[in-house]
Ligand binder design. Structure first.
Ligand code: SAM
Length: 359
């Protein structure tokens, strides 16, 4: 009997069962190796970004559905044993998870120690940045789509920009570097603000990256024809800034650019500055994808856009050993799809939204 048959709840397709070698490596059938794990601590969030969540929120996972901290750390240690080198905590909003600092501390004690990062909207980071760094956090990405308070309130349905800006400042103060800022540009909202966002980031020494809107939103407002493309963003920036391409660095999803010249250059924290675009839709980078995602309810996703996921919580709670969970993980990775398929005629948006997967 195979492991996935023994532990009911797993959705592994038996026909994809094959061996992967060497043993401590998570390799898929297209030769890619998974070394980066994103763990969603919670599906809850304190913002309601219009391109992500509905105004009323979603049906949150119950406490018993969510992995406990012990379960998160146990699974993380198994992934690390299988070659995962970096772990990013995300959500939902990871800082609404009360014990996030303790989780960071426990992940930092794993051997080999993974690089630890956090993706956050920055709210309450002013209170936790120093503790997070002390616990072992190495890097932070903060999502800010606009620095105009009224627009922020409209776009996120919450008037929290001052809290977010305090959080960014605290992260810098706590020594997190570089601070990466993620922005999603929406045509009818913050698109024209892109150069001003870049000016703000350059002045403060933050690395800004524009993320293309993806079909992962709860309200299904995404459309290929309306979304703001990377080409459009770069054209807009190049009206004011001189950019020099650096390409993708390692397996990073962002295509990076040095900012050589532009308005108020004397005020920039460093020259050249840096800006990036994450063009998941129009310039997919699936061939180099080294990422895996663990949802807050313990489902392993090998692609943001996958239609299937592999249950790790069920087998774990049914008594599977670390070695057995490792085999389930290896099988899931082996079956990772070649690409996200957004352009395929039969593309269907996954049931889970970005916030429920862990962005
Ligand atoms: N709450 C945290 C935050 O705001 O960074 C982490 C989770 S959030 C889902 C992670 C990132 O996904 C954010 O930068 C957010 O802007 C982005 N995001 C959410 N929905 C998206 C979508 N449909 N397309 C592209 N990016 C999206």
């Amino acid at each position: 009997m195979t492991l996935s048959q023994r532990y009911a709840g797993s959705v592994i397709d038996m026909t994809t069962e094959r061996s992967t070698a060497p043993d401590a490596v998570l390799r898929d059938s297209f030769g890619r190796t998974a070394t980066d794990l994103r763990i969603s601590l919670t599906d809850r969030c304190n913002l309601r970004c219009t391109y992500c969540m509905p105004a009323e929120g979603l049906d949150w996972l119950s406490r018993s559905d969510r992995l406990s901290d012990d379960e998160i750390v146990r699974l993380a240690s198994i992934f690390v044993g299988l070659g995962v080198e970096s772990i990013r905590l995300t959500g939902g909003e990871p800082l609404v998870h009360r014990t996030v600092v303790d989780i960071v501390r426990r992940l930092a004690a794993l051997s080999p120690r993974p690089e630890l990062s956090l993706t956050t909207n920055g709210i309450s980071l002013d209170r936790s940045a120093a503790d997070l760094v002390h616990a072992g956090l190495d890097r932070v990405n903060i999502s800010i789509d606009t620095i105009d308070r009224a627009r922020f309130a409209e776009l996120t349905r919450r008037d929290r920009l001052p809290d977010v800006l305090r959080g960014v400042a605290a992260a810098a103060q706590a020594g997190l570097s570089p601070i990466k800022i993620n922005s999603v540009l929406m045509r009818d909202s913050n698109l024209a603000e892109a150069p001003a966002l870049l000016a703000w980031a350059l002045r403060n020494g933050y690395q800004l990256r524009f993320i293309e809107h993806m079909p992962l939103d709860a309200d299904h407002i995404w459309s290929r024809s309306a979304m703001v493309t990377a080409a459009e963003i770069l054209d807009l920036l190049q009206n004011s800034y001189e950019l020099a391409p650096r390409g993708h660095i390692g397996h990073a999803p962002a295509e990076e650019f040095d900012v050589l010249d532009g308005p108020d250059r004397a005020s920039w924290a460093s020259t050249p500055g840096r800006v990036g675009v994450i063009a998941s839709v129009t310039r997919p980078f699936c061939r180099d994808c080294d990422r895996l995602r663990l949802t807050a309810d313990g489902q392993l996703r090998t692609c943001l856009f996958a239609q299937t996921e592999t249950d790790l919580r069920g087998p774990m709670r049914a008594g599977a050993s670390d070695a057995e969970l490792g085999e389930i993980i290896k099988l899931a990775v082996a079956g990772k799809q070649a690409g996200h398929g957004i352009d395929a005629a039969d593309f269907v948006q996954p049931l889970r939204t970005m916030s429920a997967i862990g962005g």
